[in-house]
Ligand binder design. Sequence first.
Ligand code: KG4
Ligand code: ZN
Length: 345
Amino acid sequence: MTDTIIPHMNVLGIETSCDETGVALYGTDAGLLAHELHSQADLHAVYGGVVPEIASRDHVRMLLPLIRRVMERAGIDRPDAIAYTAGPGLVGALMVGGGMANGLGLAWDCPVIAVHHMEGHLLAPMLEENPPEFPFLALLVSGGHSMLIAVRELGAYRLLGTTLDDAVGEAFDKTAKLLGLGYPGGPALAALAEHGDDTAYDFPRPMLSRPTADFSFSGLKTAVMLEVRKAESEGRLDALRADLAASFQRAAVDTLVAKSLRAARAEGLERIVVAGGVGANRLLRQEMAERFEGEVYYPRMAFCTDNGAMIAIAGALRLAEAGAAGGIRAQPRWPLDTLAMPPAA
Ligand code: KG4
Ligand code: ZN
């Protein structure tokens, strides 16, 4: 919780941007009251990636029951406000959350606010007991994004660097697929890496030699692919799988940590927030904490990946500052650094 929140409000948060239906109730006084999450991973696994139409239909199926359950658990009949993810994400999936939020807003006669998914990720550590103060550097690493952002205050986000090709979560997922692990591969690859030797392969640390804060992960992915093919042709892939996973993870994490430290120093920032699905990676957390001289903040593991709690708190913070806008908004592409704080309603 933060001291920027003024009025007491119970905010219902709804997340439906991709393959997770997340719902939560956040009280600006009491903190998180209840949260529920339904993952569609099993539905998409057979296709090796997210199928947008299946995602939308499953959000339709799950959203209302999850909202009911969260309201019951929190013991609340109606919230004071509703926050929903308006983008970036899959347009059909976003429309489900936006439609539901606006419908319920009419029924309950309460304000409805559109939230930026990545702003939700970067504010997620505010749900924890020791929340970061502004300003801080945010490393946002998910399946769709790898970004370094200078966060001066709520709504003041300056993009310092981003990925030129694959997002780091995507690189984890694709590498996991190469190694014969299921979808989503990030957590499976990280688990396999625990049993491997991370010095077995000297994979490239992409873009580390360049002064820019941008990332690129396609070269690393290709380097792993070549080694996987070689191991396969020698009939040794099973024996080398864990070493490949560990060496890949080490190269990716080294790159993320080195770029973050460099950006924090250049910007004079003493706090780093690591958020987004890849923020659940144990090695990344450990390395960042060991190598950064300032404070490092994370959401708890469950709130690194997509969830409704981060949308509820982002909505609460924004409502306290600026009020609601109204109308269903679904914005598949939405750059975070265009997200200035709207004028007070
Ligand atoms: O934030 P998120 O749930 O969804 C997006 O907005 O993309 O992030 C999902 C990504 C996936 O690519 C997944 O493989 C990755 O986060 N991920 C991990 C770990 N847990 C999730 N990557 C590496 N290590 C993990 N432990
Ligand atoms: Zn996400």
